[in-house]
Design a protein around this ligand. Structure first.
Ligand code: GDP
Ligand code: MG
Length: 211
């Protein structure tokens, strides 16, 4: 009963990676979190998660990054994780057209997500394999602009375009889209968990009473 006021907590954002198996989701996550690439990275089983602290607009932010497995048997679990995600990243492999064609299936699976409340990102991975390319950059760009997604082609292997994608495009959108949330979440533990579905009816209100 002595410590009534919770300690200062930093805002949390939840990111989730979706896309076919083998497109490089786990490698992208590893490249972003640890800035490394491991050829022998194990296939993801079910769901995995890592976290990383970053600074956005001079504010400390805690990112929770959820990695999914493409196997059919785990797919039914994904809505549990997309439900309260803030940023959803769709990954395809530029050398596998099929993985790009499947992006619309992954997108259509998001039936429990209020699309306008989340940041959507389309990533064409493996641009180091440009000679094996099956998906033009323009196709990716077109799909992304139709669905209002951030778009970038990257290579998890070389790290190409990672700063541009994460530190510029994604972080900038986080700062813009969740600005009231960022300001409102700093000192209050109730505000710390930015849950879009809790907040959707009352976007402009800075404080939300949960008592
Ligand atoms: P996931 O199933 O989507 O998580 O895919 P993984 O991250 O496990 O990667 C699948 C395979 O693609 C692995 O053999 C990786 O080494 C390879 N891979 C991932 N990213 C790249 C990349 O940017 N370039 C190349 N050449 N290979 C990659
Ligand atoms: Mg994986």
């Amino acid at each position: 009963m002595t410590e009534l006021k919770p300690k200062k907590e930093i805002p949390k954002f939840k990111l989730i990676f979706l896309g076919d198996q083998g497109t490089g989701k786990s490698c992208i996550l590893n490249r972003f979190v640890e800035d490394k690439f491991d050829e022998n990275y194990q296939a993801t089983i079910g769901l995995d998660f890592q976290s990383k602290n970053v600074k956005i607009d001079n504010q400390d932010i805690h990112l929770l990054l959820y990695d999914t497995a493409g196997q059919e048997k785990f797919r039914s679990l994904i809505p549990m994780y997309t439900r309260d995600a803030n940023i959803i990243l769709f990954v395809y492999d530029i050398t596998r057209k099929e993985s790009f064609n499947h992006i619309s299936d992954w997108y259509n699976d998001l039936t429990n997500v209020k699309i306008e409340d989340v940041i959507l990102v389309l990533i064409g991975n493996k641009i180091d394999l440009n000679d094996k390319r099956e998906v033009n950059k323009e196709e990716g760009e077109k799909y992304a602009s139709e669905k209002n997604m951030i778009f970038k082609e990257v290579s998890a292997k070389t790290g190409n375009n990672f700063p541009e994608l994460f530190y510029q495009k994604i972080f900038e959108q986080i700062a813009n889209k969740f600005k009231p949330g960022l300001q409102g979440t700093v000192n209050d533990i109730q505000e710390m968990k930015i849950k879009i579905d809790e907040d959707k009816n009352d976007k402009n209100k800075k404080k939300k009473c949960c008592k």
